[in-house]
Ligand binder design. Structure first.
Ligand SMILES: [Zn+2]
Ligand SMILES: [Zn+2]
Length: 249
């Protein structure tokens, strides 16, 4: 009991929950900057809930998710970078594109990109007073099922469609709810410094994916980093990134 209380307290101190439209919650880690932490998104349906990404894994995420929904939770891992996968092991059902599945089984600092990037100085405060960053690691959490482009996820009363949007990473998934024209763009698009030059990146694929995201006609975009976008800023950011990639040839 005490342990559970301590975990809940730790989790609620660390994460910031922002309710958005139509049973969507943003779960963030504000003590990390916008590029050291990421946003996770919880989308609640009548029968199930979808958790898109799981943060860096320095505080328990499952108690936060349980406080927001009593529905069974499916965890969708957008890609294998540390800032999206840290809490994945806390969830029994884990969906992912197969292109990055091996990394989830062996999440090394190099392949998950935290080595040399996430530092003790990246934290403006610690997840708990006795937290020791020198012990940071990612707990292996291989996907329990693979998903692919155009797969639908039925949550009961609402359906989300997966879009395979490689570029930043080979298995990167974005998620679109056609009925509300809401796009969860993860690391395929956000209004900040984007990375198409990592070991695992492919800039030409990134261009195609951005073009494809634009074609969704999304009116609300909830990204993996920085602020959510309305239709006009979505178009602006997509076009800026496309111009940048074209200039880089
Ligand atoms: Zn990433
Ligand atoms: Zn990220």
């Amino acid at each position: 009991m005490m342990l559970e209380f301590k975990e809940n307290q730790m989790a609620s101190d660390w994460f910031e929950i922002t309710p958005c439209q139509s049973r969507i919650f943003r779960i963030s880690e504000p003590a990390l900057g916008p590029l050291h932490g990421s946003h996770s998104w919880l989308v609640v349906g009548e029968q199930r809930a979808l958790l898109i990404d799981t943060g860096v894994g320095v505080a328990p995420l499952a108690p936060i998710v349980r406080s927001l929904t009593d529905r069974p939770v499916i965890c969708l891992i957008s890609h294998s970078h540390y800032d999206h996968i840290g809490g994945a092991h806390e969830f029994a059902d884990r969906l992912m594109h197969e292109a990055e599945a091996d990394i989830m089984a062996n999440p090394s600092p190099e392949l998950t990109f935290w080595g040399g990037w996430l530092l003790a100085e990246s934290f403006s405060r610690l997840p708990s007073p006795d937290y020791d960053f020198s012990r940071y690691h990612i707990t292996p959490a291989p996907p329990t099922a693979f998903v692919k482009d155009r797969d639908d996820i039925d949550l009961g009363g609402r359906t989300l469609t997966l879009l395979h949007t490689p570029g930043h990473s080979p298995g990167l998934l974005s998620i679109f709810e056609a009925e509300t024209r809401t796009l969860f763009s993860t690391d395929a698009l956000y209004d900040g410094e984007m990375f198409f030059n990592l070991r695992c990146s492919n800039a030409a694929d990134g261009q195609k994916s951005l073009t494809r995201l634009l074609a969704t006609g999304a009116e609300t975009v909830h990204p993996g980093h920085y602020q959510s976008l309305d239709s006009a800023s979505f178009h602006r950011v997509c076009e800026e990134q496309l111009r940048r990639l074209e200039a880089q040839g």
